[in-house]
Design a protein around this ligand. Structure first.
Ligand code: FAD
Length: 500
């Protein structure tokens, strides 16, 4: 792959939209993770339209010395996936600020299921703002909505609604994708389905997504938020696993619309935008006393016309659960207040200088049958010292809401846990936290816990082959078909040389 470009490689209309100055390049030479720094592309391309991207990719593909292309959304990857050395980085957000501006169009004709067509450069928060004007909302959201549609559809898109509706990639009807050959292809389950399924969760390897058609549902106006604290891990996971069975399927009682779980390893971690200071103190005390605690966060949606039954519904869901007596918290929020909860935390962390520090995250999908071993080895083992900075997520998901045909990889068991070790670290401690992260992976490997990385990062091809397992041959076949010169998304470190 060429790391320098002959000056005549770009058509004129493209060359004028590439920034080569130090500021532009420095701005894309790292990502949110802050672990990979100083990978510098040759230039930053600011497209005004999809056609600009088509022309750029074509010029790379047709060049005698093909150069790499990295589509960059918000650069919120954690291990350099949106960063490249050499080649051209596309600032996808330029599409939202250039000639076309907002590319979000809601369709809600009577008799049809509503959907929204969105430019892949749009943030989910922008999508939400537009759909709410029509009383509609995407089904599976993100904890943090300031990420691009293209960036999350390339990885999967998981949040507390996924037990009900599957990951975000499961809620897509159609895509426009610019392949590594510079062809703009519309694809869906029925048309060009191999590209459709490959691109969803495909880590940007088969094409640059430029538009997605996403399923919508009626938006609630209000949310009952419920927080439950546990000191016993078995009781906690037992209740989580029970709660995800209340998924709205016919014949079952109505359950939560959103379920996530958290581990508080020590009192430093007790935090929620919805706790008062007194509640934090109370939960911190129980966390210190028991050497850790667990927390289920549930949310049930409603609107004015269902407000009179909501308390009864909440009580019915909570019946028979095993949380610690006196540790049930209930709040009434607006839907937007609930959806924006992590952005509010971002503002707080920015104010105290804790947002722009390294984030050595590790996200895993762990089979349910091994979650207790994982708990003993990781939360009571690797992290037993305490003083961990960051959030730890742990909540179960059902495989029946996922689709095997997509590139997104998940464990074989019917139920698996999403574990998010969303750690942060001061630069001086980064080495130590990275070692802990490696230790977690080694623990899984040594104890044959068949965990799959979500937002994977590997350096060796053997590890990628293992990650994709039975999907690997198909992954390579699709790469040969749609990006044979391995131009796209080099920051994922999967294919480093052309396949033809
Ligand atoms: P980038 O980091 O810019 O890109 C990531 C990868 O996708 C790169 O390889 C890039 O080349 C590729 N890519 C980007 N745009 C396109 C495109 N249009 N077409 C093809 N490939 C493309 N994930 C969840 O699932 N749920 C969450 O709740 C969640 N919360 C998060 C909260 C925070 C604070 C952060 C930092 C991350 C969170 N993530 C979450 C992870 C996040 O979904 C991924 O890191 C995602 O890839 C970031 O989107 P981005 O727009 O920043 O993409």
């Amino acid at each position: 792959m060429s790391h320098s470009l002959p000056s005549d490689v770009f058509p004129l209309g493209i060359a004028t939209k590439i920034l080569f100055d130090d500021n532009a390049i420095t701005a894309v030479s790292s990502d949110f993770g802050g672990i990979i720094v100083g990978r510098r592309p040759l230039g930053v391309f600011c497209p005004w339209s999809e056609d600009d991207i088509v022309q750029l990719v074509r010029s790379a593909y047709e060049s005698p010395k093909p150069f790499s292309i990295t589509a960059r959304g918000r650069g919120h990857s954690d291990s350099g996936q949106s960063v490249s050395t050499g080649g051209i980085t596309i600032d996808m957000r330029s599409l939202a600020t250039g000639a076309q501006r907002i590319r979000i169009r809601v369709s809600s004709e009577n008799g049809y299921s509503p959907y929204v067509d969105v430019g892949a450069e749009q943030l989910w928060s922008e999508v939400m703002l537009e759909t709410l004007k029509n009383g509609l909302s995407p089904r599976t959201l993100l904890d943090y909505m300031d990420l691009t549609v293209g960036g999350t559809l390339s990885v999967g898109g998981l949040s507390g609604q996924a037990f009900r509706y599957g990951p975000q990639v499961r809620n897509v009807h159609e895509l426009d994708v610019i392949t590594g050959k510079g062809e703009l292809v519309t694809c869906s389950k029925k048309h060009n389905s191999d590209l459709f399924f490959s691109a969803l969760g495909g880590l940007g390897q088969f094409g640059i997504i430029t538009r997605a058609r996403i399923a919508l549902q009626p938006a609630p106006t209000k949310v009952k938020w419920v927080g439950l604290v546990y000191t016993d891990f078995e009781a906690f996971t037992g209740d989580e696993e029970y709660l995800i069975t209340l998924d709205g399927t016919t014949g079952k009682k109505k359950g939560f619309n959103y379920i996530e779980g958290f581990v508080f390893l020590d009192h430093n971690q007790v935090s929620s935008p919805f706790f008062s200071d007194e509640e934090v103190a109370k939960i911190s005390a129980v966390t210190s006393e028991h050497g850790g605690a667990y927390f289920i966060e549930g949310a049930i949606y409603y609107s004015d016309d269902t407000a009179f039954t909501i308390d009864q519904e909440v009580e019915s869901i909570l019946e028979g659960l095993h949380y610690t007596k006196g540790f049930k918290f209930i709040r009434e929020l607006s839907y937007t207040g609930f959806v924006d909860r992590v952005q509010c935390e971002e503002e707080k962390l920015r104010r105290v200088g804790l947002w722009d520090i390294p984030h050595p995250w590790l996200n895993l999908l762990v089979p349910k049958s091994r979650i207790h071993d994982f708990h003993e080895g990781v939360f009571k083992g690797v992290f037993k010292q305490g003083n961990t900075m960051g959030v730890i997520l742990i909540y179960p998901l059902g495989k029946n809401k996922w689709d095997e045909r997509m590139s997104l990889v998940f464990p074989e068991e019917e139920v698996f846990y999403k574990i998010g070790l969303l750690l942060s670290s001061f630069p001086v401690n980064l080495g130590c936290v990275l070692r802990q992260r490696d230790e977690v992976l080694r623990f899984c490997e040594k104890n044959k816990i068949e965990a799959k990385q979500y937002l994977p990062h590997y350096k060796k091809i053997e590890d990628w082959m293992k990650h994709f397992g039975s999907k690997w041959d198909r992954f390579v076949e699709m790469k040969k078909k749609y990006d044979p010169k391995a131009i796209l998304a080099p920051g994922q470190c999967i294919f480093s040389s052309p396949l033809v």
